[in-house]
Design a protein around this ligand. Structure first.
Ligand SMILES: Nc1nc2c(ncn2[C@@H]2O[C@H](COP(=O)(O)OP(=O)(O)OP(=O)(O)O)[C@@H](O)[C@H]2O)c(=O)[nH]1
Ligand SMILES: [Mg+2]
Length: 269
């Protein structure tokens, strides 16, 4: 323990007073707060509230995009039955990959689209209209799963003519989302299907599902593999309908696909 003599000396009030009574250097005038503006710079407008002596308005946190309501539109079996409407996003992939669950997770609903442990649950094309918190509407299209039989036939044989007709013929189709179970290996059917979409100029993207079932490090490897297999420009999102991971990111992506922002006007010099 330090002896009292070792203790650092405390400044007493007396000492303080002595320091304060010392003649202080004359305060220098503060440098002018003028901002040197270039001729083209806009003058800085004072905050209106501050000018009136009112407290500054609180900064709002950026709003998270979400689906505020979702409605079932139709269950379609025949080509002529598709009602036209909002920009469409179609969910495709093997049976049991999680298409219906992902639609439910995006909509924040438990049973909007029917899910099941039994493959082949969705046998019609089910359409849902989802209204986003920014007022835009997305039509989410739940397609029947492919490849649920163990026999791996050619993709086109498994997809009915109607689905092909719909994906290529719909004027409001904005993107086909090919879902891939993050736990599974290369999916030849889906790769063949992506090739077919490319040939028919139908835009598509890939999403890895059930990301909650694998480790974070493995997710990186899976996404890199999918990017190479499907020749994507970006790494696909790995989502989970169970724990909600990357659901908001996916929703933002889909919104921007369906309602692309107009390119910024380039000012003429
Ligand atoms: N762990 C986990 N399980 C999921 C996830 N998404 C879906 N599942 C499960 O996977 C099974 C199939 O999900 P569905 O959404 O019905 O799959 P689907 O692709 O619509 O299947 P079909 O309609 O048969 O083509 C269900 O048991 C779901 O609970 C997920 O993100 N994580
Ligand atoms: Mg389904």
């Amino acid at each position: 323990m330090a002896t009292p003599s070792n203790k650092p000396k405390l400044r007493t009030n007396k000492a303080l007073a002595t320091t304060q009574s010392k003649p202080q250097p004359k305060p220098q005038p503060k440098p002018s707060a003028k901002i040197v503006t270039k001729s083209h710079a806009k003058p800085i407008q004072p905050n209106a509230a501050a000018a009136k002596g009112e407290p500054a308005p609180k900064k709002r946190a950026p709003r998270v995009l979400r689906i505020i309501s979702a409605d079932f539109v139709a269950s379609v079996r025949k080509a002529g039955e598709f009602p036209s409407g909002a920009p469409e996003i179609a969910f495709v992939g093997r049976s049991n990959v999680g298409k219906s669950s992902l639609i439910n997770a995006l909509c924040g609903r438990e049973a909007l689209a029917r899910t099941s442990k039994t493959p082949g649950r969705t046998q019609r094309i089910n359409l849902f209209d989802a209204t986003l918190s920014d007022g835009k509407v997305l039509r989410l299209v739940d397609l029947p799963g492919f490849g649920h039989a163990e026999v791996s036939k050619a993709m086109m044989a498994q997809f009915s003519e109607m689905i092909q007709y719909y994906l290529v013929g719909s004027e409001t189709m904005r993107k086909v989302l090919i879902l891939q179970d993050a736990r599974r290996d290369r999916d030849e059917d889906a790769i063949g299907f992506a090739r077919w979409l490319n040939e028919n100029r139908v835009p598509f993207d890939v999403v890895a599902t059930k990301a909650d079932e694998i480790s974070k490090t493995k997710i990186g490897t899976v996404c890199a593999r999918l990017k190479a297999e499907f020749q994507l420009e970006e790494l696909p999102l790995a989502v989970s309908a169970r724990d909600g991971s990357h659901i908001v990111e996916l929703l933002n992506k889909l919104r921007n696909t369906a309602y692309p922002r107009p390119p910024k006007a380039v000012k003429a010099k």
